[in-house]
Design a protein around this ligand. Structure first.
Ligand code: SDX
Length: 393
């Protein structure tokens, strides 16, 4: 059959690769980062510890963590010239278009001297990207609302620093709320890596030519933007707003079941998880925690999401197609409660997934056997034929 073919080990393809970073069991709903279950990392580690783990293969001890956090913190500022890149965008540009542009622009600051075959230089590139993505995401937000950029602070944790850069302004400092900061940190952990998803494969393929790692991450951001991938959290929240109230759920579900409508239940289904996405359960718990902290237990969107999830999980159309909530179903509600605008949801996903992308890029470049990627194709076009001259066409 064209379009869908069973993978044949003999079929040379860059769609397959060997990696020691993340393991997913779609049937068991299991997700391991370097062997550690996501459920335990979300409780016993923070995002920067998870970054260290994905990059180095082991969790840091106290001294290693202190050094890593200090190094990342001291790379959170971007070159002052970066401000000029923002000025060229319309104020209402989608933040993902701004991120593709500005992260790609980072390559212009770190290119000539960068030798990707030197492990130390690969490590500093990884640290610069982990450190600067939150700054660029926050700058994209500030630019969109016409507020001045807010510089990072070295006395704040990674996630608190991001909330500071997002919500502080010259007239008022953001008041750090530990519950909300912890919730953001957990969202970042849950989105950090996910094996060979579309955007990670994009980064690997771009990186396999020896391209600048900052430019490769910009390629990953471009791929993640799609609604079938990272754009699903924005689409899922907009879907909930479109449904509006629980009594409108049956009408919406009927539309989804109508193949001609092209309407999908956003935040449901997954290429690999044909059971529950373990991240979805943790995201639902985080949602509860944040809404309770903010006294929004009766948030209508959250109640609507839980009702929609309940109905879908009892509907054979979804159960027979193994469609369960994925990481994106609840993440939009949590991020909304944190004050993050819908248009920035995928930007937060990119901020989190940068460590996964760069850890996988690093693993690939470090492999001496690595060659440039070259996906093979199944040719289904016209057989060889002669070209008629224009008067005979
Ligand atoms: C992410 O790969 C990763 O790891 C990605 C990710 C990561 O961390 O990087 O996990 C992040 O991308 C999560 C997925 C976010 N996307 C969405 O929530 C968008 C909605 N979901 C669908 O677009 C879809 O489920 C996919 C693309 C996610 C997965 O599709 P599959 O597994 O390739 O399944 P399919 O498209 O072949 O669908 C199988 C059937 C089809 O129906 P039939 O042709 O058999 O009748 O299920 C239907 C599909 O039409 N279907 C859906 C559906 N998803 C699939 N029907 C309604 N709503 C949906 N969400």
């Amino acid at each position: 059959q064209t379009g869908k073919f069973t993978y044949d080990p003999g079929f040379m393809s860059t769609a397959s690769c060997q990696s020691a970073i993340t393991y997913i069991d779609g049937d068991k709903g299991e997700l391991l980062y370097r062997g550690y279950p996501i459920e335990q990392l979300a409780v016993n580690a923070d995002f920067l510890e998870t970054c260290y783990l994905l990059l180095n293969g082991e969790l840091p001890n106290k001294a290693e963590k202190e050094k890593f956090v200090s190094t990342v913190t001291r790379h959170t500022m971007v070159h002052e010239q970066m401000n000029f890149f923002f000025r060229g965008f319309r104020r209402d540009a989608h933040p993902m278009s701004v991120l593709v542009g500005t992260v790609g622009a980072l390559a212009s600051f770190y290119h000539d001297s960068l030798d990707i075959n030197d492990p130390a230089q690969r490590e500093i590139s990884a640290i610069r990207l982990i450190a600067k993505l939150p700054t660029l995401v926050a700058m994209a937000y500030k630019y969109s609302v016409g507020q001045p950029f807010v510089y990072p602070r070295n006395d704040l944790s990674y996630s608190a620093n991001f909330m500071h850069m997002m919500f502080s302004n010259p007239c008022e400092e953001y008041k750090v709320n530990d519950v909300l900061v912890r919730a953001l940190d957990r969202i970042l952990i849950l989105h950090a890596d996910h094996e060979q998803n579309a955007s990670t494969s994009t980064v690997r393929l771009a990186g396999s030519s020896g391209a600048n790692p900052f430019a490769c991450i910009a390629a990953g951001i471009a791929c993640l933007w799609g609604p079938a991938h990272g754009g699903a959290n924005e689409a899922a929240l907009n879907m909930l707003k479109e449904i509006g109230t629980p009594d409108k759920i049956p009408e919406f579900i009927a539309k989804v079941k109508d193949k001609n409508s092209g309407v999908k239940l956003m935040g449901f289904g997954h290429r690999v998880y044909k059971n529950f996405d373990p991240r979805a359960k943790l995201m639902r718990e985080t949602c509860h925690e944040v809404l309770n902290e903010l006294g929004l237990q009766n948030d209508p969107l959250f109640k609507l999401a839980m009702e929609l999830e309940k109905i879908a999980l009892e509907d054979d159309y979804f159960v027979s197609r193994k469609l369960y909530p994925n990481v994106d179903f609840y993440s939009g509600i949590v991020q909304s409660a944190l004050g993050i605008p819908v248009s920035l949801f995928t930007g937060i996903f990119a901020m989190a997934r940068t460590i996964g992308w760069i850890a996988q890029w690093n693993e690939m470049i470090a492999d001496p056997e690595q060659k440039i990627g070259r996906p093979r194709q199944l040719y289904v076009g016209a057989a060889r034929r002669d070209v008629p001259t224009i008067d005979k066409r």
